[in-house]
Design a protein around this ligand. Structure first.
Ligand SMILES: [Fe+2]
Length: 260
């Protein structure tokens, strides 16, 4: 393989653990996105907290009944900002170049997760995206806007344990996600990640979250990426993904017609 040792160790970790966490080198983009997010929160909900505490302490200023409405409005507004996905890609690019490639398809919508303490209304029970038809070539870029740890974060099962789980898939198939979760709970890796870092994970491994039992709100975003020319699953090019950096030779190749 023609890759240097730093690249190799990142790639090896991704394959072995199913994820990597790295410091974000492009902090300008990260702070720009965080400021946009805070501006939107202030537009949508009247919250009298300073910028440095509004995210972690968000739950102290809103009622649970309003949360879903607020969440929908914030997601809508984020997705209306023209440069948001571009900045998102700029943050992920150095790692995507190593993990995915430099011709990538990016999810059209940016997902936002708001997990307020003790809220069980927006959980993501254990699942792998491939179980519901996603391509195994997809990867998820997950950016936290607060420090995430324990139940304020998310969990993932490593590839070795996933293989064991899948061997018994027929037995497990009829189990509820709670039963699956309880049977492998002690094997799950809880992601410990700080604001300023980015997580890239393999969505074909079981992952999810539980009720946030910490005392702070989690804010994180996630967007899927894949190589443009890798096979697509249920999430199609055009409706879910779009190529964002097609190269010249690929454009020529796609337009080439030998019968011309
Ligand atoms: Fe997922």
């Amino acid at each position: 393989m023609f890759i240097d040792s730093k690249e190799k160790s990142i790639a090896d970790n991704y394959i072995k653990n199913g994820y990597i966490i790295e410091k974000i080198s492009n902090l300008d983009s990260l702070y720009w996105m965080k400021n946009e997010l805070i501006k939107i929160i202030r537009e949508v909900a009247e919250i009298e907290l300073d910028d440095d505490e509004i995210l972690d302490n968000f739950h102290k200023k809103i009622s649970l009944e309003d949360l879903n409405n607020i969440r929908v409005k914030i997601i809508q507004k984020i997705n209306q900002i023209k440069d948001f996905r571009y900045e998102y890609y700029r943050i992920a690019k150095p790692l995507l170049d190593l993990i995915v490639g430099n011709e990538v398809s990016m999810q059209l919508r940016t997902n936002l997760s708001i997990q307020i303490p003790n809220d069980n209304s927006s959980l993501l029970p254990i699942h792998a995206d491939t179980w519901s038809g996603d391509s195994p070539f997809e990867t998820v870029v997950w950016i936290p806007f607060v420090n995430c740890y324990n139940t304020k974060s998310m969990f993932i099962l490593n590839p070795l344990e996933t293989e064991k789980l899948m061997k018994n898939f027929n037995d497990n198939f009829n189990k509820s996600s709670d039963e699956i979760y309880n049977s492998i709970k002690h094997k799950l890796k809880w992601i410990d990640i700080k604001f300023g870092e980015v997580l890239i994970f393999n969505q074909s491994l079981p992952h999810g979250n539980v009720v946030n039992n910490e005392s702070e709100t989690r804010w994180s975003m996630n967007v899927r990426f894949k190589g443009i020319f890798t096979p697509y699953g249920d999430k199609k090019i055009g409706e879910f993904f779009e190529p964002i950096n097609l190269k010249a030779a690929s454009i020529i190749g796609m337009q080439y017609n030998k019968n011309k």
